[in-house]
Design a protein around this ligand. Sequence first.
Ligand code: NOJ
Ligand code: CA
Length: 713
Amino acid sequence: MAIAVSPALFAAETVKSPDGNLIVNVDILDGGIPVYTVDYKGKRVVNPSRLGFTLQSESTRRSFTADARKAAADALQMTSGFSITDTERGSFDETWKPVWGEETEIRCNYNEMALRLTQKEFDRYITVRFRVFDDGLGFRYEFPAQPNLTYFVIKEEDTEFAMTGDHWAYWIPGDYDTQEYNYSKTRLSGIRGKLPSILNPNNASTTPAGPTAVQTALQLKTDDGIYLNIHEAGTKNYPTMHLELNDTTMTFKAHLTPDITGAKGYMQTPDMTPWRTVMVVDDARAILASRLILNLNDPSQIEDTSWIKPVKYMGVWWEMIAGKGTWAYTDDYASVKLGETDYSKATPNGRHSANNANVKRYIDFAAKHGFDEVLVEGWNEGWEDWIGNNKDYVFDFVTPYPDFDIEELNRYAKEKGVKLMMHHETSGAVRNYERHMEEAYNLMNKYGYDAVKSGYVGNILPIGEKHYSQQTNNHYLHAIKEAARHKIMVNAHEASRPTGLSRTYPNLVGNESARGTEYQAMGGNAKWHTSILPFTRLQGGPMDYTPGIFEFDLSTFTPANNSKIASTIPGQLALYVTMYSPLQMAADLPEHYEKHMDAFQFIKDVPVEWERSVYLEAEPMDYVTVARKDKNSDEWYVGSTAGTADRTSKIKLGFLDPGRKYVATIYAEAPDANTVDGQTRYKITERKVDSKTTLSIHELAGGGYAIAIKPVK
Ligand code: NOJ
Ligand code: CA
């Protein structure tokens, strides 16, 4: 039975994108159930989808009598009994300048509609705010301060995204603790059966969210060629969202990450949720060009951003990942304990990579070739204690191993014009990290470090807490804000998938938060991995993917590693352009680059600051081709990766200045290259080009090509 309200209150409310192609309609169904629909160019793309919440507890109602108990229980539903009691509308058009990014100016243009939804029975209301852009929409729930809604705990967010068919989905499984999966492409109806087979056995902490749960950003494609992409923006003080599919109705429902008790969000009015986003376009390149997520985030809260700079770096890292060196100083784990042991009396294992001589070797090479920084992992005590253990006191982030002279190495680096990059492996012990954070950042300030790579491997401690819960999300942001106070840039691995917070806190220069290059040394990544990440993981912010591998046979490092990387040198070069990040690593070893200095030249040349980006070719998983213009010169760089099949990329250089002459240096796979044992067969050619030039370049699945285009002087 419908609640008695005047018919006018049932009137649907509509808001359109500035170009009129995207229409969001909100209606109240019988029983006061709010739903929204989305139409694009006259076609329905999101069927009626419910809005609302189910609460676990709510503080304003007491339950002393049976009647009061029933009323309190009833008040836990926030999905029906609503009417629209107020509508506000507005439009916004502004161009803003990011501190770093794929371009120097971003236009933010949308129409807005905010609906007050009142539950008369409980005398309380929420606001649902929609912002509709030409390439997609965002909406969030706001909980204004009011007498009958103060503190509440969310049991589940009931937001739906009802699909109009059995679309193609490019997905990784929902998981509260890891995002380090290879992607699958299936119909929506194919998600359920496929799930267990791709769970990642390598990962220590994995907590699958359910048989049809997937992560966002979720890329979808309809049979009539519409690309939908569902994600979230500006996630603060709230758990990360997964999507759970009802594979009968093809309706996704929000599925938040629970905390240790199973609760999914502690709220106190005035409060709000992150934005729920749906991109809708009919050209895959527009997904890559979309700035919807950034535009829904707040402007920078850091006033002086002059110390935030894009960084090209190398690292004492890959040799440990690949199995040649170790993070730990000694193999005699039993003999050392952080804070209690004099490590200089322990027996060194002879394979500790972060030793003075080796670090200097990297500094020399990095300085010689114009890199900004050298990351050093395994510099600090505690790795012996951590490996295989989940303990809360493993690292203090301030005590170097005896063979790592922190003062001398920073002095040496400075003399050579490079900086060391700090590493904080928290081992998932977030409280331990918070306890030591101030001292750890002070140490960095003392020696001149301006960037930290942090990491959250293993279970979050206390055990039972999840990587993507509200509390842990709050920790990641706390670390970023504290770092900003110390003028430190942060690159957090294993943290929650980003949602554009780097606009608000631009010292968050990178995250891993997906399967990175490290897996190439542990069995490998799917060939299509880097041709899907720009559509999915990269929507929320840059990834520290750590490309630039030139040695593809990992047995070179240790006979125990039989990984062979299914990529090519030109394919690795392409990633510096296709996988946008203000933080780019040349991950391989100096001696491996020395064998291919002509190809290495591209890594030396490629900028990390861009003025403009043009998306030339794109299809999720199949290929991505991007051209970007350097921020500090008139040079252009092109990168292209192929994912599912070998192909010929055909591009027009219409982005070049008309009438101007350029020389293009093309780094392509040689005719006899392959991704099994011919990864290092490449050819570098130079040719004159201008804005009328068309290029056809063959690329291998798993590989790609790169071009540097410089104006003729
Ligand atoms: C996982 C990170 O992704 C990797 O880059 C790092 O080397 C290890 N954790 C150790 O901290
Ligand atoms: Ca990782």
